[in-house]
Design a binder for this molecule. Structure first.
Ligand SMILES: [Zn+2]
Length: 323
C-alpha cells in the first residue's frame, strides 16, 4: 500500500547522526519545526500537535518535552512537531485563513495544490513516510469543549490493529472511540502507508486544561515504554471505556446537530449529561427573531458541546455518544 516517495528526504532520519536535532522542514512555501531524538535502531515515532491551529494541548506538551527530554538511552527515533499548521496556529483558527482549507481533510495533499494541500503533502511524504508509529494530538479547539478521548481507525490488518489498540491503551485517562476510516485525515495517510496510528482529543475550549496535560504526558511516557523506545516498568493501565462503531458518521464530529441557521446558540445541556432522543439540547436564535430548538437526534451522553455562541448554518452544536 506504500505510496511512491520522493527520492530524497529533506531530513533523512536513517542517516541522521545519533543525538538531538532541531530541523525546519520546508518546501513549496510551507513548513514546520521538528524536534528529533535519534537513537539506536528501533521504531520511528512521530507525534504532532496543531493539525488544527486553535488546539493547544499538543503544542504545549510537545514543546515542553522538546525543552526538557534528555533520554539516556533511546532505541529508535522520536520526532515531535509541536505545531504542524503554523499559519492557522498564529491566526488562532482551526484552518489557515488564506485558503480556508481544513488540514485534517487535505491528506495526502498535493505539491501543486493550495497551501494547506502542500502542507499535507510535505508532512505525508517527508515525515509519515519515515514513521513506524504515529500520534496526532487534537482537541475541541476554540469553539467547542469535549470529554477527552483517544481513537484509531478500525478495519486495519491484525498486527496494525493490535498495535493501535496497545497505543490507545497508553492514554488510559481517556476513553476510546474508534470507527471506520474517514478521508483526508492524517490517519488516512498513515493508514495508506500501513503505519499504526492513533489520535487524541482533549477538551479544548480555547485553553489547556491541567488534567488533560497530565493525562497526555502520562500517555506519551507509557507509549515510549510500550513501543520499546525507552526502558521502564511495564505500565499498569486503567481499563478504558471503549466504543467501537461501524458507522463512520458517528465519529465524524462535524455532522451532528448542525445549526439550521446563522445565529446565537443557547445551550440547554452540559458536557457529560445523558439525554433522551428528542430532548432539547439548545436553541439557535436568529438575529432576525426566529428561535429554532435543537433536539437530540438519538439518546446518548453529551461528549462535545459548542461553546462559541455565534454559530453559522451547518456548525455542529453537540455530539452525543450513543448509550
Ligand atoms: Zn483537531
Amino acid at each position: 500500500m506504500a505510496k511512491k516517495n520522493p527520492p530524497e528526504f529533506l531530513v533523512n532520519l536513517a542517516t541522521l547522526p545519533q543525538g538531538f536535532h532541531r530541523r525546519r522542514l520546508a518546501r513549496d512555501g510551507v513548513g514546520f519545526e521538528a524536534f528529533i531524538w535519534r537513537g539506536g535502531p528501533g521504531p520511528v515515532l512521530v507525534v504532532n500537535g496543531a493539525t488544527h491551529g486553535d488546539e493547544y494541548e499538543g503544542p504545549t506538551l510537545l514543546r515542553q518535552w522538546a525543552q526538557r527530554w534528555k533520554p539516556k538511552t533511546l532505541r529508535g527515533t522520536v520526532v515531535f512537531i509541536p505545531v504542524l499548521n503554523e499559519v492557522a496556529f498564529f491566526a488562532g483558527a482551526r484552518c489557515r485563513p488564506d485558503d480556508g482549507a481544513n488540514l485534517a481533510r487535505s491528506f495526502p495533499g498535493n505539491r501543486r495544490g493550495s497551501p494547506t494541500s502542500r502542507l499535507a503533502c510535505l508532512f505525508d511524504q517527508q515525515v509519515l513516510a519515515q514513521a513506524t508509529h504515529y500520534v496526532d494530538f487534537h482537541s475541541a479547539g476554540g469553539a467547542n469543549r469535549l470529554k477527552p478521548w483517544v481513537g484509531y481507525v478500525t478495519g486495519m490488518p491484525g498486527p496494525i490493529d493490535r498495535a493501535q489498540r496497545a497505543m490507545a491503551a497508553c492514554f488510559d485517562r481517556f476513553w476510546v472511540w474508534s470507527g471506520p476510516p474517514l478521508p483526508g485525515r492524517t490517519l488516512s495517510s498513515a493508514r495508506a502507508r500501513g503505519v499504526p496510528a492513533i489520535y487524541t482529543e482533549c477538551q479544548g475550549a480555547g485553553d489547556v486544561a491541567a488534567t488533560d496535560l497530565v493525562a497526555l504526558n502520562l500517555g506519551l511516557r507509557r507509549l515510549l515504554i510500550t513501543l520499546g523506545l525507552v526502558s521502564g516498568a511495564k505500565p499498569r493501565l486503567r481499563k478504558q471505556l471503549t466504543r467501537i462503531t461501524r458507522s463512520a458518521k458517528e465519529t465524524h464530529l462535524q455532522v451532528h446537530h448542525q445549526a439550521p441557521h446563522d445565529g446565537l446558540f443557547v445551550l440547554a445541556t452540559r458536557l457529560g449529561d445523558k439525554v433522551r432522543r428528542g430532548e432539547v439540547l439548545g436553541e439557535v436564535l436568529t438575529l432576525a427573531g426566529q428561535n429554532v430548538v435543537i433536539r437530540a437526534e438519538h439518546a446518548g451522553q453529551v461528549v462535545l458541546v459548542r461553546i462559541q455562541r455565534s454559530v453559522r448554518q451547518g456548525d455542529a452544536l453537540a455530539v452525543l455518544l450513543p448509550v
